[in-house]
Design a protein around this ligand. Sequence first.
Ligand code: SF4
Ligand code: SF4
Length: 193
Amino acid sequence: MSSYEENYLNLRPQSLCKMCGRCCKVVTTSTPYPKLLEMFENGYEPAVDFLSIFEPFKSVEDARKADAGVVDNIIALLKEDGNYNEDELTFYTCKYLQEDNKCSNYENRPKLCRHCPSTPWSIVPPGCGFEGWLFWRREEDKQKIRRAKEELLELKLLRKKTKSPESLKRIDIVEQKIQKNIDAYKKYGSELW
Ligand code: SF4
Ligand code: SF4
């Protein structure tokens, strides 16, 4: 079993889903649409899965007509993170979503639907049943990073007292490993935690 399944997927209480269908009605990706098409043509599995179910809205206004709350929430969060680029933003809707907000492809839905929301950092529609649970998972990530920063400080002190080149080398390796973990969360603001 992969650590992703152990650490996240199997712990995620699926019963929190209200089956409102909002995460199927209007979504976006961090990858711009032309790049996504290129990845699709090259057979990159996540892009193939995504474009096999999602179709782009012609405009942001059309997406707003489908669910203004979701569109405005996504735009606000992208702006907050400094990742908003109007020219590269495309919204999509799933062709399998029915009028009653149920999925007509449920048994065969791709992995991306089964994993949704796929990380504690996924943007979910306002009022999504997972909101509270994702919040606490994000807090856990933040605590993990704060502990990692403390470890770096302790290693810095240890370095001052260490003379042996072998030990210094080991400190380097451990520091690099910890720093890599911290950097993995940089896009979520780990420098400020
Ligand atoms: S928006 Fe949240 S509560 Fe609604 S269907 Fe999607 S995952 Fe479930
Ligand atoms: S395939 Fe079904 S679960 Fe997946 S996005 Fe479409 S409607 Fe939602």
